[in-house]
Design a protein around this ligand. Structure first.
Ligand code: ADP
Ligand code: ADP
Ligand code: ZN
Length: 211
């Protein structure tokens, strides 16, 4: 399975990715996670990306396309992969096509904007395993700790101002990709405003596979 997860910030891409990668046994490739790792390691690339991420803007296409191409060339991606947060512009989708990477389906997770704002403002991430929790909708075992024992933190770009900016950027720059993939017969839309397990069940049935 070669899959792309499309959807606004807070739609549940990372949450569903955990379930999808287990089910299909494919690597989960999150450009957001890769960029945050590069920032934490203070690599030149991470330092370049930082100002865009803090402002809720997209990191320039050439930077992101480079990291993804390198990752997709790894042996573990040869039998499939799950892209999360890439492509985010038509230019990135074209760049992916130019690498001759075939995609089987693009799953668009649809959630109303007011719900996205609530989800992002209550999101807490585990420093150790990267898992996303929600203080209300998907509460961690304790307010400070993940199931794995790791410490939880709030992403700096999950502040209200930056959240609004990211949602606007999604509408302007990423949502056109829905039509682009629909025209190619690859888009499957799923209602993301349901419990986590129900969204996952809809994804599997949209892909035509049973549990
Ligand atoms: P979310 O999970 O909230 O959708 P991500 O973790 O995917 O957010 O992305 C966080 C930030 O990383 C984005 O706001 C953007 O600055 C940068 N980023 C991630 N993926 C891309 C991409 N494909 N193109 C450009 N910027 C990206
Ligand atoms: P994305 O990767 O698309 O930005 P996440 O998977 O990080 O989204 O989810 C955003 C927030 O919403 C997290 O706090 C997560 O726990 C919560 N969340 C994810 N899916 C659901 C759902 N179906 N219902 C309620 N909350 C959810
Ligand atoms: Zn954890």
């Amino acid at each position: 399975m070669r899959l792309v997860l499309l959807g606004p910030p807070g739609a549940g891409k990372g949450t569903q990715a955990e379930l999808i990668k287990e089910h299909f046994n494919i690597p989960h490739i999150s450009t957001g996670d890769m960029l945050r790792a590069a920032r934490a390691a203070k690599t030149p690339l991470g330092q370049q990306a930082e100002k865009y991420m803090e402002a809720g803007e997209l990191v320039p296409d050439d930077i992101v396309v480079g990291i993804v191409a390198e990752r997709l060339a790894q042996p573990d991606c040869q039998n499939g992969f799950l892209l999360d947060g890439f492509p985010r512009t038509v230019e990135q989708a074209l760049a992916l096509e130019r690498t001759n990477t075939r995609v089987d389906a693009v799953i668009s997770i649809e959630v109303p904007r007011d719900i996205l704002v609530e989800r992002l403002s209550g999101r807490r991430i585990c420093r150790q395993c990267g898992r996303a929790w929600h203080v209300q909708f998907n509460p961690p075992p304790s307010l400070q700790r993940c199931q794995c024992g790791g410490e939880l933190y709030q992403r700096s770009d999950d502040q209200p101002e930056t959240v609004r900016q990211r949602l606007d950027v999604y509408e302007a720059q990423t949502s056109p990709l829905k039509d682009w993939y629909r025209q190619r017969g690859l888009l499957v839309a799923v209602d993301g405003n349901q419990p986590i397990e129900a969204v996952f069940a809809d994804i599997l049935s949209a892909l035509g596979v049973s549990r």
